[in-house]
Design a protein around this ligand. Structure first.
Ligand SMILES: Cc1ncc(COP(=O)(O)O)c(C=O)c1O
Length: 409
């Protein structure tokens, strides 16, 4: 029996039950926002600008105070922000559905009238792939690089084919690679020629402010670049407070040029009279009073999350460093670590880890249709379990990579 085999057998006897699948905050992260639960009371039912949060009037774009609070997160103007309800994914899918039904500003026809394809970055976010798949939108995968989407591949796909209507990606601390798009790439995305006159970039900026250290990369200004390039409706940004306050009980928001926002508010106002302004005002009061504001609470989150990312790095380095079995990223923010085995054995690693009591995101989940053509990528989500559990789980992962690589040789 080899060393890896022996260690795996020993780990199996421990009866572990660990989970590295969930890209969720820890309960200690949620505790930071507990005071928000009681922020709104019977004395604060009218906002500082005079809007009753208990009643319909106020508009579909959300509270002005919320638009002002959230605009700086995306580096945009408050009048470019629409604040919705609890989910940015819902805003994203809603926008896509309207595009399929009616097209977007500048569309010759509804997108569903013909073939529609999107460029997507890989490895990427499984829910994005599922959303496009369910809508019948074809996917053209391009690699996510340290500078952002493989820009030459995007330019070539977009320039030649009018069926390519969009790009869907995560510009900051990408899920799962942790890469942040540079301003140079943002400028090329904004200026590149597109065969489709209504080519639109759906930038899911879920991790725009989710830094793990004090030297974050510059936030790419996609919307500004698009406006400067004379394509003001090319970019829509999506984000939420799901990983700032409460996951699934925060507020989702989007940002776009005034033209795009006017188109969207017109359509969204057929679906609702107003978003939940009580939730929005609760966020405004809590986050504007938090010491240091949103950057302040993000630093508090980082203090809780950074040791978990360090634990992953430490174990992988100790167990696999210099052995040529795997490579991984060391993200400066976001929620994930992207791990690639060198041999095509990711699904076997996941299977072996399960036998030893460690749940990993299914291999392939980071690719369209759940199929990683190289069977190499594994998404590690270290944010939810306590540090000691992350340590133990990563030891198991490393042993499984060792064993699976041995088997694959
Ligand atoms: C890239 C990305 N977008 C969106 C979401 C979900 O956002 P929301 O809770 O605002 O719908 C996640 C959650 O993991 C994510 O990783």
């Amino acid at each position: 029996m080899t060393n890896a085999h022996e260690r795996h057998t020993a780990l199996r006897t421990l009866g572990l039950k660990l989970d590295l699948t969930r890209g969720q905050p820890g309960d200690d992260n949620f505790d930071l926002s507990n005071p928000m639960l009681t922020m709104v009371d019977d004395k604060s039912v009218v906002t500082s600008s005079g809007v009753s949060i208990r009643n319909y009037p106020g508009g579909v774009a959300g509270l002005q105070e919320a638009r002002e609070l959230l605009a700086p997160l995306l580096g945009v103007l408050p009048e470019e922000v629409l604040v919705g309800n609890n989910s940015s994914l819902a805003l994203l899918s809603n926008t896509l559905m309207w595009a399929m039904l009616k097209g977007v500003p500048g569309s010759p026809a509804a997108w569903s009238k013909g073939e529609t394809k999107f460029v997507v970055t890989v490895p990427g976010y499984d829910r994005h792939f599922l959303m496009l798949e369910r809508l019948g939108i074809g996917m053209i995968p391009v690699e996510m690089t340290a500078q952002g989407p493989d820009i030459a591949a995007v330019e070539s796909a977009v320039a030649s084919d009018p069926a390519v209507k969009g790009l869907l990606f995560v510009p900051t601390y990408s899920n799962p690679t942790g890469d942040t798009t540079t301003q140079a790439v943002a400028e090329r995305l904004a200026t590149m020629p597109a065969a489709a006159p209504d080519f639109t970039i759906f930038a899911d900026d879920a991790y725009a402010v989710h830094h793990l250290d004090d030297t974050p990369p510059p936030h790419p200004d996609l919307l500004g670049a698009a406006k400067r390039a004379g394509h003001p409706t090319r970019v829509i940004l999506f984000a939420s407070t799901s990983k700032i306050t409460f996951a699934g009980a925060g507020i989702g928001f989007l940002a776009a040029s005034r033209e795009m926002l006017a188109w969207l508010t017109d359509l969204l106002s057929t679906q609702m009279i107003t978003p939940n302004k009580i939730e929005q005002y609760r966020h405004v009061l809590f986050l504007s009073r938090y010491p240091g504001g949103i950057p302040g609470i993000m630093r508090a989150h980082a203090r809780l999350l950074a040791p978990k990312f360090s634990a992953v790095e430490e174990v992988l380095k100790r167990e696999l460093g210099g052995r040529g079995l795997a490579r991984w990223n060391t993200p400066k923010g976001g929620y994930f670590i992207s791990l690639d085995t060198i041999l095509p054995c990711a699904s076997r690693v996941v299977e072996l880890a399960k036998q030893a009591g460690v749940a990993l995101t299914p291999a392939g989940a980071t690719y369209p249709f759940g199929k990683d053509p190289q069977n190499r990528n594994i998404r590690i989500s270290p944010t939810r379990p306590p540090v000691a559990q992350v340590h133990k789980a990563m030891e198991v992962v490393a042993v499984c990579i060792d064993l699976a690589s041995e088997e694959a040789r």
